[in-house]
Design a protein around this ligand. Structure first.
Ligand code: MSP
Length: 708
């Protein structure tokens, strides 16, 4: 049996941050878990090195595109090593680069196959046509009307709603992939394999998108417009669309269409893969990629699992555009790798967005790791050192020992604790298999709490003073030590260093990467001499570390390296909320400083936002715009304001008329769907899908009153 897991390949235009590290950590945990189960596993990560975005970043940095890619890859490799994610530390098996010649071979082979293929509706899958439309270099995607906002000035190009950057006009000959013909085949795939896209909410989203009808996809650009990419076979005047080239990395890396990787890895052996991706790139993986594979006659992936985004304490997606990223070198300097891994998995409910703050990371490390696991390990081992001469004692309680044990609250047989731990272990594995990492960790920590309580109730320090309680004392310490052995095996995929450390301190030296937690048997720990007892997770001094981070960052630590990357802006997709007033305010301050780390603003910043009470006079739907309502709102001015609000899926126009709302009155007017919006209404954003709930007043307020 084999298993193949992938991260997305990261754009080589700018340096990675915590958002990028996260998918790697998740894949690393999955790979280690599979390896423990004895499954031959291949874990792939790498960089996406082609396209206009890299070309532009290179230009800005006075480098060739290849130099730009090499620079980012160097940093990536340095960071993956620092975080124990590289091959040398038992992490990824191969670092893929799309500029590798073998990748060109495989991509060309797939293109040729698609060029020979007919669609499910009997037409040619690839055809030459003319593309006319708008393209966002940062998204590397063509944009439809509802994905950009028109500029107020008719001569200026529209702006990407995600990046707030100007779009490129494309009007040229292009090859098209006939995606429109694959809708039924894709819907059948989602229907027949409900596990194909996870979590379920994301699958529904993808299904709805496909049900809404698909448009053919432009898959090449003229070499004269984009030269940095794979040439189209037999037509080198065209360069392949970067997403076409990038997605195919998942199969070229293991040998599709090239001998070199086939020999080293093996396509037949490892395909299909499990793809882990951020929810922002789900469409590319769950719609385009399966369609390309259908055209090439290849098997579909094992599954596509979408995770949420890391957001800052104010709820905005961490991205270079907003200058709110958590830099890897800062994290690496101030925190143990295992604490970061633990935090990422414990704090982010997988699939949902997670909030990152250094203070949370410190609190979790101190409570769960220093006081929790670390303390349990050191108190258990120190007592074994002290009361048992450093030898794991026997856990057996004889006939005569039963009564005293019972008095100390200890069962004479170990059934209670062993069945508790076996159950927690089974749940832990089940949750890990379902990617419910935070729940899995809760299970593991239920063991920590259980054993802690057993120790506190039995009070070994008192038992040690009573010779008749020797067996009870030994049984308590044995059970604690045996639980620690189980915890090391369970936690190895999440915290490889700490797990190895506990294991070694217990006096054990097997390779944890090869011990299947399902095969653990209670009582297998033998009476061996323990190792040297050391603190696992020293407590972090919060005030001191916070001020070091702030000082370091404002002096340019971490961010300094990024500041040289003038291309930062074109990095990851910022949340669509980038368009709100708060985002504008932060964007002005490019590199993160101490203030943006905790996201404080000055009162003068807040005063820039003119918030007014408004009353909705009229509300109507806009033809062909499912999400927008056109409102006229009285904010105490001569004429009501015209405001467009993306709430049509949740509010009926009639519900709104007469309602008092809060309006951002000094937001720059912008055009959407041919209508100018002269402000923005405020609403809470609820749940995963961001359901809006309009802010309102429960007391009488005059129109135009200012909110301060
Ligand atoms: N190059 C494409 C992927 C091609 S895969 C065939 C790309 N690159 S990216 O560098 O922009 O993003 C890579 C991954 O990082 C994505 O899965 C994205 O979701 C993830 N993240 C970027 N910022 C993130 C957060 N703030 N939080 C969590 N993940 C984030 O897209």
């Amino acid at each position: 049996m084999t298993f193949y897991v992938t991260t997305p390949i990261y754009y080589a235009n700018s340096l990675p941050h915590l958002g990028h590290l996260y998918t790697m950590i998740v894949c690393d945990v999955i790979a280690r878990h599979k390896r423990q189960q004895g499954i031959e596993t291949f874990f792939l990560t790498g960089t996406d090195e082609h396209g206009i975005n890299i070309e532009r970043a290179a230009q800005r940095n006075n480098r060739t595109p290849q130099e730009q890619a090499d620079y980012v890859v160097n940093y990536f490799k340095k960071m993956t090593a620092a975080f124990g994610l590289d091959t040398a530390h038992g992490g990824y098996d191969f670092f893929m680069r799309t500029t590798e010649p073998f990748h060109y071979e495989g991509v060309s082979e797939l293109w040729r196959r698609a060029a020979r293929a007919t669609t499910p509706k009997g037409r040619e899958a690839l055809y030459k046509g003319h593309y006319e439309g708008w393209f966002c270099a940062a998204c590397a995607a063509y944009k439809t009307e509802d994905e950009y906002s028109e500029s107020a000035n008719a001569d200026e190009p529209p702006t990407c709603l995600i990046h707030e950057t100007k779009l490129d006009r494309v009007s040229e000959e292009s090859y098209f992939f006939r995606l429109a013909d694959y809708d039924q085949a894709l819907l059948k795939l989602y229907e027949e394999r409900p596990e194909f896209v996870q979590p379920e909410a994301r699958r529904n989203e993808v299904r709805k998108f496909v049900e809404g009808g698909l448009q053919d996809l432009s898959v090449s650009r003229l070499r004269t417009s984009v030269s940095w990419g794979v040439p189209v076979p037999d037509d080198p005047a065209h360069t392949m669309y970067v997403w076409f080239d990038a997605l195919i990395n998942y199969i070229t890396a293991i040998g599709f269409g090239n001998q070199q990787q086939e020999k080293a890895v093996g396509f037949e052996k490892f395909w299909p893969a499990l793809h882990l991706v951020g929810k922002d790139i789900l469409r590319f993986h769950a719609v385009y990629w399966p369609a390309f594979l259908l055209a090439a006659g290849l098997e579909q992936p094992r599954g596509i699992i979408a995770h949420g985004m890391w957001v800052d304490p104010t709820g905005r997606k961490m991205s270079k555009t907003l200058g709110n990223t958590i830099e890897l070198d800062v994290l690496n300097r101030h925190f143990p790798t295992d604490a970061i891994r633990y935090f990422c998995l414990r704090e982010m409910v997988f699939g949902q967005d997670g909030r990152f703050g250094y203070e949370n990371l410190i609190d979790r490390t101190n409570s769960d790791l220093a006081s929790g696991l670390g303390n349990l390990s050191s108190r258990t081992l120190t007592m074994i050192q002290r009361y048992c001469d450093g030898r794991i004692p026997s856990g057996d309680i004889s006939e005569e020992g039963r009564l005293p044990a019972k008095r100390a609250g200890i069962d004479s047989d170990e059934a209670t604790i062993s069945s508790f731990i076996e159950h927690a272990r089974d749940e832990f594995i089940r949750y890990l298999d379902e990617f419910a990492f935070s729940k899995a960790l809760e299970e593991a920590w239920s063991i920590v709490a259980h054993v802690d309580k057993m120790i506190s109730d039995a009070k070994p320090w008192d038992l040690a003073k009573d010779a008749t309680q020797e067996q009870t004392l030994n049984a308590v310490l044995y059970r604690a030590a045996e639980s620690l052995r189980w915890l090391s095996v369970l936690l190895y995929p999440v915290m490889p260093n700490a797990a190895r450390e506990i294991y070694a301190q217990l006096g054990l030296n097997d390779d944890l990467s090869k011990i299947d937690p399902a095969a653990l048997k209670w009582g297998d720990l033998e009476s061996i001499q323990i190792g040297e007892v050391k603190a696992l997770f020293p407590r972090i001094d919060k005030a001191k570390t916070m001020s070091e981070i702030k000082e370091g960052t404002s002096e340019g630590e971490g961010s300094g390296q990024h500041a040289t990357e003038a291309d930062a802006v074109s990095e990851a997709r910022a949340s669509a909320r980038a368009s709100d007033a708060a985002a504008h305010a932060t964007q002005a301050e490019a590199a993160p400083d101490a203030a943006t780390l905790v996201s404080y603003i000055e009162i003068t910043d807040f005063a820039k936002v003119d918030l007014r009470v408004g009353e909705v006079r009229t509300a109507e739907r806009i033809p062909k715009a499912d999400k927008l309502l056109l409102l006229s709102v009285d904010i105490g001015e001569e004429k009501p304001r015209q405001i467009l609000a993306g709430i049509a899926e949740y509010y009926e126009p009639e519900q709104l008329v007469g309602r008092k709302i809060v309006v951002v009155a000094n937001l720059k007017p912008r055009k959407m769907r041919g209508h100018e919006s002269q402000g923005m209404l405020l609403a809470a954003s609820i749940g995963e899908e961001g359901k809006p709930v309009i802010a309102t007043f429960t007391e009488d307020v005059p129109n135009g009153a200012r909110l301060k």
